[in-house]
Write a protein that binds this ligand. Structure first.
Ligand code: PEP
Ligand code: MG
Length: 887
């Protein structure tokens, strides 16, 4: 029979799937001999059963009974025992840390009798009643779904009656009254009494944690972080220790290195006389952890020892939560800590230098997405003439500029209209998740680097300044005031610097990041800081490991040159239609309007030299490296004016309409298609419009000959789009070969050019064995292949219904962003295998958008492609991921 409950002594850190991150790490710490309050974990499997069947699995209750009895024996007291109660916390803990869930009920086991027992044992009446009211408050919110504000208002009223602003001034009597008031709130709102049976409290809390897996904010968080929908959460039941038993008690969070910068040192926040949630919720301002040395040296020293032990054990930066109860230190949680992109690169190299990990492991510790973040621009260093409003804590780096908004809903609303916004709050809570996602940056006036805002923003890679205490934020009035008296209201523009913590009024200009300057070759590694050095070191290691080459999608010499500086080993896709835009559109119009061969040839003759000079520039920029040039692909109507606009223009002009417009309108009508994406485009154009492909091939061959004559080393590859049958390819290939031979004869220069095809239709993938007979290379056009495999219009569906699909979990990420391994990926595999079987050594690449997506790069490595091709700015990301995929 399945085992649903694990004592902390039974698990270990590798059981995250089953015990969740928190449970697995509590077990690991227990087994390391660290001071962890005893407890047990109910597995994610039990949760999955509960969510699927709407009830607890058979046997779970018995198992919980047994583990609870053991816990009671170990602690020498029973749950809720009236003269000396065992109290427990009930906490969620999924495999991946999810600040969007965070269901926690503390002090379970208190009731009208045991509260006296707790008071007697602690020798502190006020503490006991405070703990009791906290239980009802948390239970009311989490388990019974009562609006938190109702409880908070009651606390505010009590404070007002006492003439104070601070919880600390409330007395035992005040808390007793609050307990009664809270019970009444429960009665009114939930239509039931607050359950006083300790076991019932615990069981209901467990179910509430299970249910929280499907809370809207948890769903939203999972979608953002691409966490699978069906993992479920574990529940940790842990005996309570108290940080609110006086000034010799407290609670804190710590990092073994700075999660923002990666620097070594002591980082964390501590709050005297407080219970766990107070720190993370950012409700009260904390003191830096180093203060603890003065407050309680023994606990501080012990904590530092434990932190070192944890780092050496996990071989990584860890974050921890701890509580000190009357001078005794307890560890409540640890995990490998979330960190910013810069910290990830720095820490990986520090651990490498310390000999704790090897270079492969260091490369595993950094991600392409993090590298992408480091390439974002940042504020210029000169901010003369710009008003600095204040400096808060540098919680999550980046440079964000936007209009101030004070609520999550407003942030979403303005962002949907395309505005950049900065969400300003006193503190954030999980309900602000949607607003945080929509905002460019987040600014809070309260809470430390471990507050909700900071942790979540770092996870999202979003700029965040927190704890800007000098700001007086009035969310209800929609304004905040800076120390110099400046008042900022909704809609005013501010700039926040997540690396320094500075907050400015107005827009601060931005400049290139040093990492981009390093890639550009403008900043020598020796002149860069330790971040640039770390990036350089890990990039070089990744390049050394990668099996996949990285090319770029580029169609002009500037992009090609940049791609090369960024490390591209060639061009995987040059979209020639991009050379037909701007002024040249008229020439394409002339081609479409041509009424006879002579007119058509004249139009082509006008286009050819322009194409040739484009190609020459690109060959020069990519000298010695392959350049894959794709012949024209899109339907020709894309080069003509809009049908409706032109019809109106011609109709309004009546008899006086320009004859050219009339001809254009006729052509637009003629070329109009219901489904242009499935219509006259790609290879079909080449077969239908005489001379079009030939002109392009001639331009390529002449450009290559010219480069060769100039001493260059051009390496053209000619690529035919949208092929579905080998016969299409054969026809075009034969024509192209003829032209290559003509040009070689005419110029006396023979530049070999491979002729290959895109695989972007299911039929092409399924007949790849035949197509390979006529193709010298394949390049997977996974944009069209995704479109045609799913039957999703790539231009329409993302806006139309993907958000609903993501919500329903039909896919975890848009298949246009991350390659759908099961469907589209299967076609890629089939084509790769059958293509190579027919033509051993067939060169295989990918040039759809997926070429720059980390997960898709890993897939391409697994399938054994030769290269991925992506936009120039993604080239470093793809290089890093290509290396990581090979490790
Ligand atoms: C593709 O379809 O994946 C591709 C690269 O071609 P395009 O995006 O130009 O259709
Ligand atoms: Mg395509």
């Amino acid at each position: 029979m399945a085992k649903f409950v694990y004592d902390f002594t039974e698990g270990n850190k590798d059981l995250k799937d089953l015990l969740g991150g928190k449970g697995a790490n509590l077990a690991e710490m227990t087994n390391l001999g660290l001071p962890v309050p005893p407890g047990f974990t109910i597995t994610t499997e039990a949760c999955r059963h509960y969510l699927e069947h709407g009830g607890l699995p058979d046997g779970l209750e018995d198992e919980v009974d047994r583990h609870l009895a053991e816990l009671e024996r170990a602690m020498g007291k029973r749950l809720g025992q009236s003269d000396d109660p065992l109290l427990v916390s009930v906490r969620s803990g999924a495999k991946f840390s999810m600040p969007g869930m965070m269901e926690t009920v503390l002090n379970v086991g208190l009731n009208d009798e045991s509260v006296h027992g707790l008071a007697a044992q602690a020798g502190d009446e006020r503490f006991a009643w405070d703990s009791y009211r906290r239980l009802i408050q948390m239970f009311g919110g989490t388990v019974l779904g009562i609006e938190g504000e109702l409880f908070e208002d009651a606390v505010e009223a009590a404070k007002k009656a006492r003439g104070t602003n601070d919880d600390v001034d409330l007395t035992a009597e005040d808390f007793k009254d609050l307990v009664e008031r809270f019970k009444a709130i429960v009665r009114e709102q939930a239509g039931r009494e607050f359950p006083t049976d300790p076991r019932e409290q615990m069981d209901l809390a467990v179910r509430a944690v299970f249910d929280s897996w499907n809370a809207p904010r948890a769903i939203l968080y999972r979608r953002q972080e691409r966490i699978p929908v069906d993992l479920g959460t574990a529940v940790n039941i842990c005996s309570m220790v108290f940080g609110n038993l006086g000034m010799d008690s407290g609670t804190g969070v710590a990092f073994t290195r700075d999660p923002a910068s990666g620097q070594q040192g002591i980082y964390g926040d501590y709050l005297q006389n407080a219970q766990g949630e107070d720190v993370v919720a950012g409700i009260r301002n904390t003191v830096p952890l180093t203060e603890l040395e003065r407050l309680d040296k023994a606990s501080y020293d012990q904590l530092l020892q434990i932190m070192e032990k944890l780092e050496n054990h996990y071989l990584d930066m860890c974050d921890i939560e701890f509580t000190i109860e009357r001078g005794k230190l307890w560890m409540l949680q640890t995990r490998v800590g979330k960190r910013t992109a810069a910290a990830a690169f720095r820490i990986a190299c520090q651990l490498l230098d310390q000999g704790l990990i090897d270079a492969d492991e260091a490369a595993r510790r950094v991600k392409g997405d993090q590298l992408a973040q480091l390439m974002f621009p940042r504020f210029t260093s000169t901010t003369d003439g710009i008003t600095k409003l204040t400096r808060g804590m540098n919680a999550s780096p980046g440079a964000a500029v936007g209009k101030v908004v004070f609520t999550s809903a407003r942030a979403v609303e303005l962002a949907e209209r395309g505005e950049d916004v900065i969400l300003v709050r006193r503190e954030t809570n999980p309900d602000d998740l949607a607003g945080m996602m929509a905002a460019r940056g987040v600014l809070t006036s309260r809470g430390g680097k471990t507050s909700h805002a900071a942790v979540v923003a770092r996870g999202m890679g979003k700029t965040c300044v927190c704890g800007a205490e000098e700001l007086d934020v009035d969310v209800k009035a929609g304004r905040f005031t800076a120390p110099d008296g400046t008042t900022v209201t909704e809609g005013d523009v501010i700039s926040i610097d997540g690396s320094s913590g500075d907050v400015y009024l107005g827009e601060v200009p931005v400049e290139d990041s040093p990492v981009v300057r390093y890639f550009e070759g403008e900043l020598a590694v020796a002149d860069g800081d330790d971040l640039v050095k770390a990036v350089d070191r890990l990039m070089r290691h990744a390049d050394g490991r990668a099996a996949l080459a990285v090319r770029a999608n580029a169609d002009n010499p500037e992009d090609a040159a940049r791609a090369r500086r960024f490390g591209a080993r060639g061009i995987g896709l040059c979209r020639t239609e991009h050379m037909f835009l701007g002024d040249r559109r008229r020439l394409v119009e002339a081609l479409i309007l041509a009424e006879d061969d002579a007119e058509r040839q004249a139009a082509l003759d006008a286009l050819e030299p322009l194409q040739r000079s484009d190609f020459e520039g690109i060959f020069a920029a990519m000298d010695g490296l392959p350049v894959t040039i794709r012949l024209i692909d899109p339907p020709l109507h894309e080069f003509l004016p809009d049908l409706t606009e032109l019809s109106v223009k011609v109709a309004l002009a009546g008899d006086g309409a320009d004859p050219r417009d009339r001809r254009l309108l006729e052509a637009v009508n003629r070329l109009h298609e219901q489904n242009p994406m499935l219509g006259l485009r790609g290879v079909r154009l080449g077969l239908v419009i005489p001379g079009l492909f030939s002109m392009q091939v001639r331009a390529i061959a002449e450009a290559a000959a010219a480069r060769r004559n100039a001493g260059g080393d051009p390496r053209p590859e000619i690529m035919i789009p949208l092929v579905g049958a080998v016969q299409e390819l054969e026809a075009v290939r034969d024509e192209a070969r003829g032209i290559l031979a003509d040009v070689a004869r005419e110029t006396g220069v023979d530049v070999p050019a491979l002729i290959g095809t895109m695989i972007e239709l299911p039929r092409a993938a399924l007949t790849a064995g035949q197509i390979a007979e006529a193709a010298e290379f394949f390049s997977f056009g996974t944009n069209d292949l995704t479109q045609t495999t799913w039957g999703f219009s790539r231009d329409d569906v993302e806006a139309a219904f993907f958000s609903r699909y993501l919500e329903l979990g039909i896919f975890g990420a848009s298949p246009f962003e991350t390659l759908d391994r099961d469907g589209v990926g299967r076609l890629v595999r089939i084509a790769a295998e059958e293509g190579r079987r027919a033509r051993p050594g067939l060169k295989l690449g990918i040039c759809g958008e997926h070429g720059g997506d980390p997960d898709s790069v890993h897939f391409c490595h697994e399938v054994g492609l030769d290269y991925v091709s992506c936009s120039p700015f993604r080239v470093p990301v793809a290089r890093l991921e290509a290396g990581r995929a090979a490790i």
